[in-house]
Design a binder for this molecule. Structure first.
Ligand SMILES: CCCCCCCCCCCCCCCC(=O)SCCNC(=O)CCNC(=O)[C@H](O)C(C)(C)COP(=O)(O)OP(=O)(O)OC[C@H]1O[C@@H](n2cnc3c(N)ncnc32)[C@H](O)[C@@H]1OP(=O)(O)O
Length: 149
């Protein structure tokens, strides 16, 4: 299945800032989760999609008030019940990199994981790299869950 990316833009407003007057990491995380959720839920249904793992995000630069941010999201890996989203955030006007992250979503019915029937076939070297990274993170996460019990 070829997956089209989902593009969302956000403007950084006063209410989105921290005590340094730059984008609050929690707001950035919220927008990142929301972007991943929309990409996963657009392949399944919102009511059957839950977020299981935010695989980390590294903020490489501060973002000032008034900045426009572009969140480009694609589902890069599909397991049996899981979908791994990759979100890349850049400044909307310059395409300068800001932050990226992977997230795992699970297809559930009545709270139980249920196969979604989606397959992802990477077509380019970049897609293949993201597929392998997404698969690795999902499997690594699963091992951590098993250790927690
Ligand atoms: C900083 C924060 C900011 C937040 C900013 C809020 C933003 C807000 C605005 C946006 C809006 C969006 C909205 C989102 C939508 C919710 O918010 S959903 C609510 C939060 N999430 C939840 O409540 C989920 C709670 N977890 C669960 O219910 C259960 O863990 C689940 C998801 C049903 C899974 O059940 P389970 O028995 O553990 O699953 P199991 O059968 O062992 O494995 C199922 C799959 O999970 C995979 N898996 C298991 N563990 C892991 C793991 N650790 N990692 C990866 N994959 C794993 C397995 O490999 C398997 O994959 P497949 O091989 O089938 O593909």
């Amino acid at each position: 299945m070829q997956i089209k990316p989902i593009i969302i833009h956000h403007m950084v407003k006063g209410a989105d800032l921290n005590h340094h007057d730059t984008l609050f990491a929690g707001r950035g995380a919220e927008w990142l989760v929301e972007a991943g959720f929309i990409a996963a839920a657009s392949l399944t249904q919102p009511e059957h999609t839950v977020c299981l793992n935010i695989h980390g995000m590294i903020f490489t630069r501060p973002v000032k008030k008034g900045s426009l941010l572009k969140f480009e999201t694609r589902i890069v890996y599909a397991g049996r019940t899981s979908l791994v989203a990759y979100v890349r955030v850049v400044f909307s006007q310059t395409d300068e990199f800001v932050v990226e992250g992977f997230l795992t979503f699970i297809h559930v019915i009545d709270g139980k994981p249920i196969p979604h029937g989606i397959t992802i076939e990477p077509a380019t070297p970049d897609e293949y790299t993201l597929y392998e990274k997404g698969k690795h993170l999902k499997e690594q996460g699963h091992q951590s869950t098993k250790k927690i019990g």
